[in-house]
Design a protein around this ligand. Structure first.
Ligand code: ATP
Ligand code: XMP
Ligand code: GLN
Ligand code: MG
Length: 530
């Protein structure tokens, strides 16, 4: 974290979320942010350090795949319990809290996965105004182990059939533990419990708003950059557009944007982006045609991570070469590179050795960056989720064409052609993708869908067209609903719409003779295929 970022964060009440590796830890962060409170995630191995550095006013311990009964299983830093601040401990968090404070956990009892009902035994500050003594409420459980003896000072507030301690708390010490997961939507009142925890129990202000962030981010950018110059990678996506406008507000003419056409863009996209941006903003924009460089370097590369790293490195090469050209105006070369990196890019790209979460994919702008870079990074959106960036974009007055745009990955179509890419495959995919998006727009679904795209599979199948045999590629269509891209569901199209897309693609795009629809949610899938 830069000093400037630390300065923004220092002004807010903060919550630390200790990640024990649960699939849904991100959702805890979402719920806390939605309650207007700033929070950060730290994997349990780094939790002690993060706790000291962040100085949070409350801590949430996540669930996780380990069993506290196993030797060497993770524990929460003792300093958290010693600090006397409110703690909310969920599932694995509850189990380790019980063990660390003198209680007991056992495995081998009946497990609970999915929906369960809890029965409230006694009232608690955690569900004040939400649940009542004597009531039964649905929650979402996912555990095999269970607490069998509570630490001193704890009382049972709710039970379920297989969890005698569905909620147990020490109201005096403000330590609240749940066997179920309040962060998931399948616990319908869960968000209210988390809001109670941060507001009523921990007394934290709702001061994390994009209106406040705008002013703070501008000060922070000025503090970091000073009189220096910034080159901002502009992709046409909402993240970099918001980053560019924010940085322009902060430093004015010391900003130059660079749009790299890597030849992996969608049909007509390069021209659209450049025109749209130039029409709306008086910010210098350089349009670089680097398609030969990128497509050439990717020839024969089929491993997804190699593709991502190759692209990440070439982006930096191009930015550094452009920085030298910008210096030709006699005002010096930009010392800073700005990118629209978001919190999910960071979370998903970084893994900690031996940690609970593995690297799923290296986002080109984080895990794909080369180790040695000449420019320093300016990433004003690094703490934000996508929906927060859109809110900030509206706050900054960005036109809807930018704010509502579907995300498009930096590596572009290269990660939508599993296996080796070629110019021919890129052309085929561009045409299919354009038809698909056109039909979605015609059906009035663009804004309902979070992201939609076509994928060209390295598989050929047999077909029959005009009485002749065809042997061509399969095209997979993907459309998802999501809030922040961290979790997603496939979009339930009306089959007529899908049918129209398939017919048009097969009729109009030479090289494709079959279309399939991807019905995988995230998790277990990811949104992109590579
Ligand atoms: N073609 C490009 N030219 C210049 N910079 C790019 C390009 N593609 C990506 N980048 C840089 O990489 C960053 C991350 O890309 P990413 O796709 O996550 O964000 P975005 O394109 O700004 O928004 P969105 O996620 O909505 O597509 C961008 O914010 C931008 O700074
Ligand atoms: O700029 C980017 N650089 C990347 O390397 C990258 N990989 C995935 N994405 C986008 O991130 C979101 C989540 O994607 P996944 O579920 O596939 O990880 C989706 O919106 C993806 O399109 C990327 N964006
Ligand atoms: N969801 C969880 O945190 C599960 C905790 C622990 N692994 C169990 O099975 O009980
Ligand atoms: Mg993008």
């Amino acid at each position: 974290m830069t000093a400037a970022h630390a300065d923004i964060i220092a002004r807010h009440d903060k919550v630390l979320i200790v990640d024990f590796g649960s699939q849904v830890t991100q959702l805890i962060a979402r719920r806390v942010r939605e309650a207007g409170v700033y929070c950060e995630l730290a994997p349990f191995q780094n939790a002690e350090k993060a706790f000291k550095e962040l100085n949070p006013k409350a801590v949430i311990l996540s669930g996780g795949p380990c069993s506290v009964t196993d030797d060497g299983s993770p524990r929460a830093p003792q300093a958290i319990f010693d600090a006397g601040i409110p703690v909310l401990a969920i599932c694995y968090g509850q189990q380790t809290t019980a063990v660390q404070l003198g209680g007991q956990v056992e495995g081998g009892h009946a497990a609970e996965f999915g929906r369960a009902d809890i029965q409230i035994q006694e009232n608690s500050a955690l569900f004040e105004g939400v649940w009542e003594k004597g009531g039964r409420y649905p929650v979402w459980m996912s555990h095999g182990d269970r607490v069998t003896r509570l630490p001193e000072g704890f009382t049972v507030k709710a039970v379920s059939e297989n969890a005698p301690f569905a909620i147990a708390s020490d109201e005096k010490r403000k330590i609240f533990t749940t066997m179920f997961h309040p962060e998931v939507v399948h616990t319908p009142d869960g968000a209210k419990l988390i809001a109670n925890f941060v507001h009523k129990i921990a007394g934290l202000k709702s001061d994390w708003t994009m209106a406040a962030f705008r002013g703070e981010a501008i000060k922070s950018i000025r503090a970091q950059v000073g009189e220096g110059r910034v080159l901002c990678g502009l992709s046409g996506g909402v993240d970099s557009a918001v980053a560019a406008v924010l940085i322009h507000e902060a430093i004015g003419e010391n900003l130059t944007c660079v749009f790299v056409d890597h030849g992996l863009m969608r049909l007509g996209e390069a021209e659209q982006v450049v025109t749209l941006f130039r029409d709306h903003y008086n910010i210098p924009l350089v349009h670089v045609d680097a398609s030969d460089l990128f497509v050439g370097a990717l020839e024969g590369v089929s491993d997804p991570e190699t593709k991502r790293k190759t692209i990440g490195k070439l982006f930096i090469d191009v930015f550094e070469a452009e920085a030298k050209k910008i210096a030709a105006d006699g005002r010096g070369a930009p010392q800073f590179l700005a990118q629209g990196t978001l919190y999910p890019d960071v979370i998903e790209s970084v893994s900690f050795t031996g940690g609970p979460s593995v690297t799923i994919k290296s986002h080109h702008n984080v895990g794909g960056l080369p180790a040695r870079m000449n420019m320093k990074l300016v990433e004003p959106l690094r703490e934000l989720f996508k929906d927060e960036v859109r809110a900030l974009g509206r706050e900054l007055g960005l036109p809807p064409a930018f704010v509502g745009r579907h995300p498009f990955p930096g590596p572009g179509l290269a990660i939508r052609i599993p296996g080796a890419i070629s110019r021919e495959k890129l052309d085929i995919l561009r045409k299919a993708d354009a038809i698909y998006l056109e039909e979605i727009a015609k059906a009035g679904l663009y804004d309902t869908i979070w992201q939609a795209f076509a994928v060209l599979l390295p598989v050929r199948t047999v077909g029959v067209m005009g009485d002749g045999r065809t042997y061509d590629h399969v095209c997979a269509l993907r459309a998802v609903t999501s809030v922040d891209g961290m979790t997603a569901d496939f979009f339930p199209f009306d089959m007529n719409v899908l049918g129209r897309c398939a017919t048009r693609i097969i009729n109009e795009v030479k090289g494709i003779n079959r279309v399939v629809y991807d019905v995988t949610s995230k998790p277990p899938g990811t949104i992109e295929w590579e």
